[in-house]
Design a protein around this ligand. Structure first.
Ligand SMILES: Cc1cc2nc3c(=O)[nH]c(=O)nc-3n(C[C@H](O)[C@H](O)[C@H](O)COP(=O)(O)OP(=O)(O)OC[C@H]3O[C@@H](n4cnc5c(N)ncnc54)[C@H](O)[C@@H]3O)c2cc1C
Length: 362
């Protein structure tokens, strides 16, 4: 293999470049990235970047003196792909041919098309939102997932009056299960943020600027600012001509990694590229680890690892959910399947090590 093209110049794309070099690939590497920025870290965008505790310069994922010998084509978008010829079509008109292709185009925020409704995925989104948060007022966050919860937490810190609305009866139940989802969601109330659950948004009002969010039961929530945190959509449209992501990656020499595969976790985007690069180069992949993610809300560190499935039982092994500091272990057939920690980083790390990399049968 002499030339590898990586499409997507964020965490997974950068990790793929590093993995190629670490696995002794000395050939040409071209990285294509739609954003004009060098790879930067997204997790602080909803946390310290919004509150002003860190700046854009602090987000760089790669130090200035890191020389990976790659050709970075930033501000360039891949528009089409021919997997059999490993040919990536670019919006510049160029066709980039390579022996191996890493698809690392991540995901974008699911939008709500209405004036004054922000989403948060990119540095550019975060700059606009940070500016909008400079004056305080009434913020309505649509969606109580991790990003919605983090934005609510940051805005509260900045003095905003915050309401979070969630259409599901329990926030975070998909990731943490109902019982623990409820516990984590109580963080909002602890910090003076209203959480309204089980109520879908029925409409948004305001023509020149946002005025209110309306809920299915007729509740009208006046708003100066609205943020939608309603999920992410993988960036796969450029693969349509290749038959989609699964068809493209069934061709030898084509692999995918990071959020474009459906994961939404930073650690996967950091670690999985080493495995897909090993597949490309025909070397032994590193052992997979159990999935892991964290979130930071209202000063509380939330960490989760493992493969939770419906029916798993939850046991508190340390601390007290009422104090918002505890470690919970999810169990299946007497074996730990997942672990959740709130402000228990040391104990969490010990339990995380014991988890299997692959899911047990539910
Ligand atoms: C605000 C925010 C907070 C987060 N906080 C946490 C957290 O606390 N904990 C956690 O575990 N995870 C968190 N995450 C998730 C984490 O940031 C992602 O899992 C990670 O960024 C995924 O990296 P990626 O490289 O796969 O994809 P992305 O970071 O989405 O990057 C994909 C890149 O590909 C580019 N691209 C897309 N299409 C094309 C194309 N056709 N041609 C060229 N380039 C293209 C995009 O512009 C983008 O730059 C957070 C995410 C966000 C947005």
């Amino acid at each position: 293999m002499e030339k590898v093209a990586i499409v997507g110049a964020s965490l997974a794309g950068l990790a793929a470049v590093r993995a190629l070099r670490r696995q002794s690939f000395t050939g040409e590497i071209v990285v294509v990235g739609a954003e004009r920025h060098r790879p930067y870290d997204r997790p602080p965008l909803s946390k310290d970047f919004l509150t002003g505790a860190v700046t854009a310069a602090d987000l760089a994922l790669s130090p200035d003196d890191e020389d990976l010998g790659a050709d970075w084509r930033l501000g360039v978008t891949a528009t089409g792909f021919d997997p059999h010829n490993r040919a990536v079509h670019l919006d510049s008109g160029e066709v980039l041919r390579a022996d191996g292709v890493v698809i690392a185009t991540g995901a974008r925020a699911r939008p709500i098309d209405h004036i004054g409704v922000h989403t948060l995925r990119t540095l550019d989104d975060a700059i606009v939102l940070r500016d909008a948060l400079k004056q305080s007022g009434r913020l309505v966050v649509i969606g109580a997932g991790f990003i919605g919860a983090e934005v609510a937490s940051s805005a509260r810190k900045l003095g905003w009056d915050v309401t979070v609305v969630e259409s599901l009866p329990t926030p975070l139940s998909g990731s943490l299960g109902t019982e623990m989802g409820e516990v984590v969601a109580r963080l909002h109330g602890d910090h003076g943020v209203r959480l309204l659950t089980g109520l879908p948004v029925s409409g948004l009002t305001g023509t020149d600027q946002i005025e209110a969010v309306e809920l299915a039961d007729g509740t009208r929530l006046p708003a100066d600012l609205v943020v939608a945190g309603i999920g992410a959509i993988p960036n796969v449209e450029w693969l349509a001509g290749a038959g989609g992501l699964a068809a493209a990656t069934s061709v030898p020499g084509v692999v995918a990694t990071g959020d474009v595969t459906g994961s939404q976790h930073w650690t996967f985007a950091l670690e999985n590229p080493a495995a897909v690069v090993a597949t490309l180069l025909g070397t032994e992949p590193p052992a997979a680890k159990a999935p892991y993610f964290w979130s930071d809300q209202y000063g509380v560190m939330i960490q989760f690892a493992g493969h939770r499935a419906p029916g798993d039982t939850v046991r508190i092994v340390e601390g007290d959910p009422e104090q918002r500091s505890f470690l919970a272990v999810y169990e299946r057939d007497g074996q730990p399947s997942a672990v959740l920690g709130l402000d228990q980083p040391k104990l969490f790390t010990r339990w995380r090590r014991q988890l299997r990399s692959a899911p047990q049968e539910a």
